[in-house]
Design a protein around this ligand. Structure first.
Ligand code: HEC
Length: 103
């Protein structure tokens, strides 16, 4: 007899990070893996080394502030289609700035 498994147990992990994104040191309350987030959300178009399309991340990222990076990723097509939480966005920006630091 079919056992009905109700698979919709929503594991709503409560997001604790509320708008605390001014930390210059990159120490945030919630640590997400920015590298893995980059790989799954960005590397398809930008490549693991950021060199894949016209937007050469190794050249662009050092010239942008964290705010500008967040703005670009949130508003510039095609990045604006990517759904990221604020914490994920900030983890990716941290990763970008660690990988390609300002000169
Ligand atoms: C669907 C393909 C695609 C994906 C996915 C994507 N990008 Fe882009 N990205 C582009 C293209 C194309 C441009 C160039 C857009 C332009 O300059 O008009 C760009 C431009 C950029 C720029 C430079 C914007 C500027 O100021 O010129 C940054 C920074 C960037 N992407 C970061 C990211 C990050 C971080 C992610 C992952 C969260 C991501 N992108 C995901 C295609 C993509």
């Amino acid at each position: 007899m079919p056992t009905r498994i109700i698979g919709l147990v929503c594991c709503l992990s409560l997001s604790v990070a509320c708008g605390d994104k001014d930390s210059e040191t990159g120490s945030t309350t919630v640590e997400l893996d920015g590298s893995a987030l980059y790989t799954s959300n960005c590397a398809t178009c930008h490549g693991a080394d950021g060199e894949l399309n016209n937007a050469k991340l190794p050249e662009i990222v050092p010239g942008l502030s964290a705010e500008e990076l967040e703005d670009v990723i949130t508003n510039v097509a095609p990045m604006s289609d990517i759904e990221l939480t604020a914490a994920e966005l900030s983890a990716i920006v941290d990763y970008l700035q660690e990988t390609w630091p300002a000169r």
